[in-house]
Design a protein around this ligand. Structure first.
Ligand code: HEM
Length: 405
């Protein structure tokens, strides 16, 4: 049998993709003592858990994973409860609302950031752009004060650390829980004020939303906004870092995208397959479940390895190659986000923000390529992915000749 490193070990963090291959081949279903979960790595199995056609899985794991930082959100809900709550929030993230209301917000926030470095000839695509852009967009969509964006950035960093704290560091845990209190203190008065004086923003839309006589309480809205901050910030941040890492390391593909911007959706989909921002999603088994890799007893935690499934050789040809032209990954038209990789999950909890993420990445890539016609790797460029639960490079220094207006 091949050596399979522990998913919490430094060896795994240094190169999870090698470990994923060994798992798919020799240990596609592993009991992992530290997380007390069954770990699955094959595309077929992860897809089956996410789709959950026979209601064999629940999302009860989120009660301990995210309840302490966000409160009750749609991630934890199931069945009709989930369907109604999701229907309350989903319309704001569909094509028409995005195009009419939020595309200008996305464009404006991207330009503001690019303007901070476009004349300098150098930038760090992660720290100067990717970590700020999606958080700013969400804050702006909600109609929050620009001056508070840095506070948002701090909160979401603490939340993400909490979510990735698989080894249970108490300092990280308490910083995450403190965020929940601070966020509530900040957000609840704003929600109450917005109910009295609604505007054209996402927060006002959420306050007014009603499905089957159900409306969201202040607490529901606060929890959802908290989720948006983390679910929409960190992930899109890592997707932007990922697409540039992959393109800069494959200059021929970067040149192709630069010359033909209609290739951006393909480059985005391939990035999400090859280097997904979210590597692990958990579920609980409600019944005994038999997967292709073995049988899981009822009441178990199941850790689905998205990063492993997305490189399954039974699903993709030459899966360890980054190739925006691959034929086994269909991409789609401008305002759809469906794609056959598992980075956004599948089924009932399929990412609500997938289209928003796609619009942000398309806008961001276009702006950055325009501002940096000869973008190239700078000294110190070492795009090592960090993280276990979510992964991405912490820094991406580039140089370029500034465009003179
Ligand atoms: C759900 C990934 C961007 C909001 C999810 C899930 C994944 C995911 C894997 C499923 C979680 C589960 O099944 O347990 C991503 C990635 C993104 C991204 C890779 C960027 C490339 C966004 C954005 C937003 C967002 C921009 C909104 C601002 C949500 C919400 C859910 C979700 C609210 C919960 C849906 C539900 O439970 O029904 N996302 N996401 N995400 N995402 Fe995203």
């Amino acid at each position: 049998a091949q050596h399979v490193p522990d998913i919490l070990s430094p060896e795994f963090a240094a190169d999870p993709y090698a470990a994923y291959r060994a798992m798919r081949e020799t240990a596609p279903l592993i009991w992992h003592e530290a997380t007390r979960s069954y770990v699955v790595s094959r595309y077929e199995d992860v897809e089956r858990v996410f789709k959950d056609r026979n209601s064999e899985f629940t999302t009860d794991n989120y009660d301990w994973q995210i309840e302490p930082v966000h409160g009750k959100t749609i991630l934890q809900l199931s069945g009709r409860d989930h369907a109604v709550r999701r229907a309350l929030v989903a319309p704001a993230f569909r094509g028409s609302d995005l195009r009419e209301k939020f595309l200008p917000v996305i464009e404006r926030n991207s330009r503001e950031l690019v303007d901070t470095f476009r004349h300098t000839g150098s930038a760090d695509l992660v720290t100067d752009y990717a970590t700020r852009f999606p958080v700013n967009v969400i804050a702006d969509m909600l109609g929050l004060d620009k001056a508070d964006h840095t506070r948002f950035h701090r909160w979401y960093t603490a939340v993400i650390a909490f979510l990735g704290n698989l080894s249970g560091d108490p300092a990280v845990a308490s910083a995450g829980e403190r965020t929940r209190v601070e966020f509530a203190e900040y957000m609840l008065p704003i929600i109450r004020a917005r109910r009295e004086n609604p505007g054209d923003d996402l927060l006002s839309t959420l306050c007014a939303a009603e499905v089957d006589g159900v409306r969201m309480s202040d607490e529901d809205i606060k929890a959802f906004c908290s989720l948006l901050l983390a679910a929409g910030g960190e992930t899109t941040d890592k997707a932007i870092a990922g697409i540039f890492t992959n393109l800069l390391l494959h200059p021929d593909q970067l040149a192709a995208v630069r010359a033909d911007r209609s290739l951006i959706p393909q480059a985005f989909a391939e990035t999400l397959r090859y280097t997904p921002p979210v590597h692990m999603i958990m579920r609980q088994s409600a019944t005994e479940v038999t997967l292709s890799s073995g049988t899981i007893p009822p009441g178990s935690t199941v850790t689905c390895l998205i990063g492993a499934a997305n490189r399954d050789e039974n699903r993709y040809r030459d899966p360890d190659r980054f190739d925006i032209f691959r034929e086994d990954l269909t991409t789609t038209t401008a305002f759809s986000a469906a794609a056959d990789h598992l980075a956004f999950a599948l089924g009932r909890h399929f990412c609500v923000g997938a289209l928003l993420a796609k619009s942000e990445v398309e806008t961001g890539v276009n702006h950055l390529l325009d501002a940096m016609p000869d973008m190239r790797i700078a000294d110190g460029f070492d795009p090592v992915e960090e993280g276990v639960f979510t992964r991405g490079p912490q820094s991406l220094p580039v140089r370029f000749t500034p465009v003179t207006a």
